[in-house]
Design a protein around this ligand. Structure first.
Ligand SMILES: Cc1cc2nc3c(=O)[nH]c(=O)nc-3n(C[C@H](O)[C@H](O)[C@H](O)COP(=O)(O)OP(=O)(O)OC[C@H]3O[C@@H](n4cnc5c(N)ncnc54)[C@H](O)[C@@H]3O)c2cc1C
Length: 493
């Protein structure tokens, strides 16, 4: 691995300083893997790579934010933003399912130490856990093998022999393989008659930005676009900061996530699963009917399907996947990605008290008039205004259509043809082994991706239990490739 480090301007190092580093004591070049993004996915793949790769492989973990290991989901400072998966399923390692619960018991915050496997703990606490794993790895692997680099990846150059990664402040890292773990992006804005509205101060495009709720009159009406878990987070934040004005939330169907409730686990492993859409729907309905007759509910069936979901998705035809994304996705999401009961109770109370209004509506336009925004919807064919608000916040969930993501790194990857969006606009086009396909569909031997970026190939690649398994498998594959590269290099010397 060769690392070129440009000067730290503030520190005044010489402009042309080029560091040739990372050679072993006997002068051999080391293999380097660059992981871009240190949220849950990037951190986990880095840990698994270090465990599986030969001892002289160096892993560079690159993150543009100060807080390594947290990513978007677990860097929230709000203690009422809870995990939407019970603690017992949030271990970072599939072969040590109690790891998170054990960590909580011994090293978690005092007041959460007794949280059991069924509890929904604060997301910020999970962020501490991931960071703790990273610190442990730094201690055991050493800073020579695991290099944390703070910076934003801007561009990649792929040659037959290596990958050159350009970061902000003119820095460059050269590696043999790069893994994209760039995660979740701000939501896509609805297509409206006058997109100029999106440049006005009434609109907040990123629900996770620190200024989304700042300078907001607590009595002002607010519109949240979307009625899924991102909207739930935002409604909780508004209630927490004492917002008393009406909160409106709109989506095309007005569907809210269901709540978690205790359920029996049901195994569907002994039944063959259909791989065509109508038969699959009949199968699920029949299983739900059976579950209800036996005294438990649909949650058991949805959870029971989890181990087979990726196989089912990969077996569906392209048209069936498109039908699912277009017509069934929202229903699936509200059953599969549920709210903790404590959150659901708050949301229900806010609705009963007339503070939160959920509506099914399709947004046609926003019109700014007299210092407020009229929300124009398309209901029953005729445009009409349903509500006046002081702020519009896009909470429609992470954006995954890469053609609409404006991040410089993503734009550059697409423009240079290193990657291409998948046909359903769910993420990037990857193989089942998570190798990225370039603009011509060819399979890269040097670029890989993990996490939500790969959703198109697996469908469920959003939450921790799925991502941890993926990171284990992909790290195994990349480790094999790294060994091969080492062997080829040795043979060439
Ligand atoms: C608000 C929210 C709450 C969630 N809650 C849960 C939950 O309770 N339980 C659960 O199982 N799942 C939850 N999820 C699902 C979540 O997607 C996964 O659990 C997981 O956190 C995804 O991690 P990631 O690392 O892939 O993505 P992210 O967390 O988005 O991390 C990506 C990282 O890459 C960095 N990055 C991006 N581009 C660059 C670049 N060019 N250069 C350098 N760094 C870059 C970003 O700064 C970021 O830190 C939640 C998701 C969201 C959005």
């Amino acid at each position: 691995m060769i690392e070129f480090r440009a000067p730290d301007r503030a520190g005044g190092l010489p402009m042309s300083r080029r560091q040739r580093g990372n050679r072993t004591g006997d002068g051999k070049r080391e293999t380097a893997i660059a992981v871009i993004g240190a949220g849950f996915s990037g951190t986990l793949i880095a840990l698994h790579l270090l465990r599986r790769c030969p001892g002289n492989v160096v892993v560079h973990l690159i993150e543009r934010n100060r807080r390594f290991g947290r990513g978007l989901a677990y860097s929230t400072g709000n203690p009422n933003h809870l995990l939407n998966v019970p603690a017992g399923r949030m271990s970072a390692f599939s072969d040590r399912p109690n790891d998170f619960v054990e960590w909580l018991r011994h090293e978690g915050p005092e007041e959460q130490r007794d949280s059991g496997a069924a509890s929904f703990v604060q997301r910020t606490v999970f962020g501490h856990y991931v960071r703790h794993l990273l610190n442990d790895e730094l201690k055991s692997a050493g800073k020579q093998r695991l290099v944390l680099s703070r910076g934003e990846a801007r561009e990649i150059e792929v040659t037959p022999r290596h990958v050159a990664l350009r970061l902000d402040r003119d820095r460059e890292i050269a590696a043999d393989i790069a893994v994209l773990a760039i995660g979740n992006f701000p939501p896509e804005a609805p297509r409206i008659a006058d997109p100029g509205f999106y440049d006005t101060p009434f609109y907040r495009p990123d629900p996770w930005a620190s200024d989304t709720l700042s300078d907001l009159d607590p009595a002002a009406p607010v519109l949240l676009i979307g009625t899924g878990l991102t909207m739930i987070d935002m409604a909780v934040s508004l209630l927490d900061q004492g917002h008393v004005g009406p909160i409106h939330a709109i989506s095309r169907r007005g569907l809210l996530p269901h709540r978690h409730a205790p359920t029996r686990s049901v195994s569907l492993l002994d039944r063959p699963l259909p791989t065509a859409m109508p038969a699959l729907l009949r199968f699920i309905r029949a299983e739900v009917g059976l579950a209800e007759r036996q005294g438990y509910d649909w949650r058991a069936v949805v959870d029971g399907l989890r181990p087979a979901l990726q196989d089912v998705w990969q077996s569906l035809s392209e048209p069936d996947r498109a039908v699912f994304v277009r017509h069934l996705r929202r229903w699936w999401d509200i059953h599969r990605h549920r709210m903790p009961a404590a959150t659901a109770e708050r949301i229900e109370r806010a609705r009963r008290d007339g503070r939160l209004h959920i509506a099914a509506a399709r947004i046609a336009d926003f019109q700014v008039r007299d210092g407020a925004v009229d929300v124009v919807t398309n209901g029953g064919g005729t445009p009409h205004s349903i509500v006046r608000v002081a702020r519009v916040i896009n909470c429609s969930g992470p954006g995954c259509d890469y053609d609409r993501i404006r991040e410089p790194f993503v734009r550059s990857l697409l423009e240079q043809g290193h990657v291409r969006p998948d046909s359903l606009r769910l993420g990037l086009d990857v193989t089942p082994q998570c190798a990225l396909r370039n603009e011509r569909g060819e399979i890269s031997r040097r670029l890989y991706a993990v996490g939500p970026v790969t959703k198109a190939a697996f469908w469920e690649m959003t939450s921790v239990p799925d991502i941890r398994r993926q990171c284990e498998l992909v790290a195994g594959n990349i480790a094999g490739l790294a060994s091969l590269m080492e062997a080829q290099r040795a043979a060439a010397n």
